[in-house]
Design a binder for this molecule. Structure first.
Ligand code: IMP
Ligand code: MG
Length: 336
């Protein structure tokens, strides 16, 4: 898997962090490059009994030989970045592209009032106003401040060199297909495109260099903030089913609905997915908790996976059976 892109096929929060942390260890990823919007993302990684909630650094940090890069398309909040390099003890292997735009207090302030806060119900992390400044060409870049100097690098150059050398490279998308500014539920969406093509552009990788696109889908659908969610359940019903989740970044309740085949099928196309990951299968089928081989899954769980594959027309190659990085069924070999 020299160059793999990982993106979400729903509204974010499908478990990309967990899938990426698993892949980084399993495939000995040499470089993980973070794409996506910025610190509005929250990726949860549970590794060796410790829970990490990351908003800037790639979830591949768990593999200690992996270089951790942030592409020029990603907005950086220097304070959060520095906190995370300390938390993950990864200072020596973090690189930030010189051209990343910086989120400043004025962006956060603008994101926490008026239409963005009240109508769109954004995460309030300043990403929308900062992308607006970038479009107006007034945003400051990482190269403009001393705080990030030690991390500055040319991410597209590093990533393309690694691909040339046949090393395993992973591009980490954030948010989800239906939060895309172009393909999502406008105006209830984030401030840029977040499909696989955009993720590649964020880190400076051209479309001919990508080998695999893994579309991450959760066994049910959730969304935070405003905007349509087909077949939405009440919070009570979500609680009854064990689907009641709290958002990583904002602490808000996530709205929940059953798995949406129509959205998943369209997301395969929009992202050019070559395979899919289905996470949280253990929430739908508790007997599958912690299972690591396909054979051990219950018949009901297998038929659910089979139904997804029939409808979306790509193979499900990774299955999440619990929050821990190692609670994964990996059937890539069987299906490739
Ligand atoms: P913004 O990205 O903060 O501007 O928020 C726009 C919309 O996208 C809001 O509905 C947010 O809740 C949602 N959103 C942004 N990032 C994420 C994410 O990483 N996971 C889930 N929802 C997100
Ligand atoms: Mg999240």
């Amino acid at each position: 898997m020299p160059c793999t892109v990982v993106v979400c096929g729903f509204f974010g929060d499908t478990g990309k962090g967990k899938v990426i942390s698993y892949l980084s260890l399993q495939d000995k990823i040499a470089i993980a490059a973070r794409a996506g919007v910025g610190p509005n993302a929250g990726h949860t990684v549970i590794y060796k009994d410790k829970k990490y909630k990351l908003r800037m650094l790639p979830s591949a940090f768990v593999y200690d030989k992996c270089r951790l890069l942030i592409g020029p398309g990603v907005l950086v909040n220097p304070k959060i970045l520095l906190q995370e390099t300390q938390l993950t003890k990864s200072k020596e292997r973090v690189g930030v592209d010189r051209q990343c735009a910086l989120i400043e207090p004025k962006h956060i302030e603008a994101d926490r009032k008026g239409r963005l806060a009240e109508k769109i119900k954004t995460t309030g992390t300043g990403t929308g106003p900062c992308n607006a400044d970038r479009a107006l060409r007034t945003a400051r870049l990482a190269r403009d401040i001393p705080d990030l100097e030690r991390f500055l690098t040319d991410v597209p150059l590093e990533v393309n060199k690694a691909i040339d050398e046949g090393k395993n490279v992973l591009i980490e998308g954030t948010q989800g297909t239906y939060l895309s500014l172009f393909h999502g539920t406008y105006p209830y969406c984030t401030s840029k495109d977040v499909t696989a093509s955009a993720a590649c552009s964020d880190v400076g990788v051209g479309p001919t260099r990508v080998d695999e696109v893994i579309l991450v889908l959760k066994a049910y659908t959730t969304r935070v903030g405003a905007g349509p969610l087909p077949n939405e359940l009440s919070w009570d019903e979500a609680e009854k089913r064990g689907w009641a989740e709290i958002a990583t970044v904002t602490g808000r309740r996530r709205r929940a609905a059953p798995f949406n085949y129509e959205l998943a099928t369209r997301a395969v196309k929009l992202n050019g997915a070559t395979q899919a990951a289905v996470t949280k299968l253990d929430i739908l089928f508790p007997e599958c908790k912690g299972v690591k081989s396909y054979e051990e899954l219950s018949e009901e769980a297998k038929s659910f996976i089979h139904e997804i594959e029939e409808k979306i027309k790509v193979s499900v190659t990774l299955i999440g059976t619990g929050p821990g990085t190692s609670e994964t069924v990996d059937i890539r070999d069987v299906k490739s």
